[in-house]
Each structure stands twice: as structure tokens, then as C-alpha cells.
Design a protein around this ligand. Structure first.
Ligand code: CA
Ligand code: CA
Ligand code: CA
Length: 283
């Protein structure tokens, strides 16, 4: 008889013994009752020990976890809507910087993608990004970008290739909305990229957890985003928000395309803008 069979038998015997003593309780009183109760308590202790031993030695190994299916996907800014305009006289010219960080490598990788500025955005208007036609020659992209805000993905980090996200905590995304005046959006992009890359690498080499590295990146962005990049009228910060994905976002819907919940920015004198982010599954 195997150890497990022996233990199983002991469990049955102890359980039956306890049951029959509990039956006996009905017919007795006083000291006799207390004696039986003590006996039951002792047997129950033994039963627990045997059950624990059985569970440790004899439980079948857990089923291997379902292999996680990784999907290649892109994330990009789909549109910007002016809910309320800024207090300045002329139409707004919002632009967006998206900071994307992959925290999985030995050293984290960071890219910052610039969308816009959109010229002449009035209250109530929605301006979309232009989806790059499939097979569009890469050599002509800059030409296309001269007249349109392109829907270049901010994920994968090469602004091009769909890439998987195994776990939502493996990545950190921040969306920064600016209002263009005399500043330089491309210079600000470089400043934000430098600061957030440094924060990510410092956090990683200091042994911080992914959520703590994410916090450090956010602090670095907050510190640098208001840097003047042109005079006399500095570009204005409308807002900075973390884009948080849920595990469910990573499951492809039947259409393969998911628009994430809207992100609203501002509400003060720099206006209020609503940003939509599109997640497209390539596989
Ligand atoms: Ca302004
Ligand atoms: Ca402006
Ligand atoms: Ca300004």
C-alpha cells in the first residue's frame, strides 16, 4: 500500500471515529460528555495533521498554466478634440508628445513620439491623425507628414513595427498635450526623451521595481515639460497623463482594433482637449 493510500485510509478511519463519538455525545452528560469532547478534539487535531500530510505529498501537480498568447500590436494617437479652447485670441495649435518605455530589457528603452502641431483647432472640432496606407513607400512618408499629422505608432518603439506586450506593467506610457506658440515641438521632444530615458536607466540601475521606475519617468517628464523652447511666447502645457492599459486591453477584439477610453486634458486657460488612442492588433 502506498503512503498516499495509507494516509487516505487514516483520514477515513479518523473521520468515522469522530462521527461515532459525536453520536455518542447525544446519550451522555456531565463529566462523561466532557471526556468525549476532549477525545473528539484530540482526534480532530490528528485528522488535520494527516490531511496536511496528504495534501503535501499526494495532491496532483497543478495543471501547467495556459501558455500566454502574445499579440503583436501598435498603439497610436487617433484623434484630438477641442472640448474648450484656450483663452488666447487665435485658434489653438495643440501638439502631443507620447513617451513610451519598455521596462523589460537590461536597460529600459524609451521613445518619444510627436503628433502635431495641428494648426487652427477651434472649440468643438475633432482632428484625426492620418492612418498610413498599407504599403505606402517609406521614402515618401516625410512628404505625407508635411501636410498631415500621421498616425505613426508610439508602440513599437521604432514607430513602425507591431510589438507584443506580455504584461501591462512591462511598459510605461505618458501622454503630454501642449499648445504651440513660439516654442519648438521637436526640441521639446528631444528634451523629454533625454530626461525620461535618463530617469528610466537610473531607476533600472538602482534596482527599482517597474512601478517605481514608471514613477521616476513621470517625475522627469513633469520637471522638463514646461521648459521654454522659444520666445517670446512660450508653448503652454495643457497636461500630462499616464496611459494605463488593462490586461483585457491586450486581448484582441474580433475587429482587431480597440479604441481606448478617452483621455481628457486641461480645463483651465489652456483649453480642454480629448485624446483618443487606437490599439491595432497585427496578429
Ligand atoms: Ca498658447
Ligand atoms: Ca498658440
Ligand atoms: Ca504661451
Amino acid at each position: 500500500m502506498s503512503t498516499c493510500d495509507t494516509l487516505k485510509q487514516q483520514i477515513t478511519e479518523l473521520t468515522n471515529e469522530i462521527k461515532s463519538l459525536q453520536e455518542d455525545l447525544k446519550d451522555v452528560a456531565g463529566a462523561q460528555k466532557w471526556a468525549i469532547l476532549r477525545q473528539i478534539k484530540g482526534l480532530q487535531g490528528k485528522l488535520t495533521n494527516v490531511e496536511n500530510e496528504f495534501n503535501n505529498k499526494c495532491k496532483p501537480p497543478p495543471e501547467p498554466a495556459e501558455p500566454v498568447t502574445l499579440h503583436n500590436l501598435t498603439l497610436a494617437v487617433k484623434s484630438i478634440t477641442s472640448i474648450d479652447d484656450s483663452t488666447e485670441a487665435s485658434a489653438d495649435e495643440p501638439y502631443i508628445l507620447v513617451v513610451a518605455a519598455d521596462l523589460t530589457g537590461l536597460l529600459p528603452a524609451v521613445e518619444v513620439t510627436l503628433y502635431g502641431p495641428w494648426a487652427d483647432v477651434e472649440k468643438g472640432e475633432t482632428h484625426g491623425t492620418l492612418a498610413i496606407p498599407i504599403g505606402f513607400p517609406e521614402s515618401l512618408l516625410d512628404l505625407l507628414a508635411a501636410f498631415n499629422v500621421l498616425r505613426r505608432p508610439f508602440w513599437g518603439l521604432n514607430n513602425k513595427t507591431p510589438a507584443p506586450i506580455a504584461n501591462v506593467s512591462d511598459v510605461a506610457f505618458f501622454v503630454c498635450v501642449m499648445e504651440h506658440d513660439d516654442g519648438s515641438p521637436s526640441l521639446l521632444r528631444q528634451l523629454v526623451k533625454g530626461a525620461s530615458t535618463l530617469a528610466a536607466i537610473n531607476g533600472k540601475t538602482a534596482g527599482l521595481t517597474k512601478p517605481d521606475i514608471t514613477k521616476k519617468i513621470k517625475e522627469a517628464i513633469t520637471d522638463v515639460i514646461g521648459t521654454p523652447t522659444g520666445i517670446p511666447n512660450y508653448d503652454d502645457v495643457v497636461g500630462v497623463q499616464q496611459l494605463i492599459l488593462t490586461a483585457n486591453d491586450l486581448n484582441p477584439p474580433p475587429s482587431g482594433i480597440r479604441v481606448l477610453p478617452a483621455l481628457d486634458f486641461g480645463g483651465g486657460k489652456e483649453g480642454m482637449f480629448r485624446i483618443l488612442i487606437e490599439l491595432v492588433f497585427a496578429s
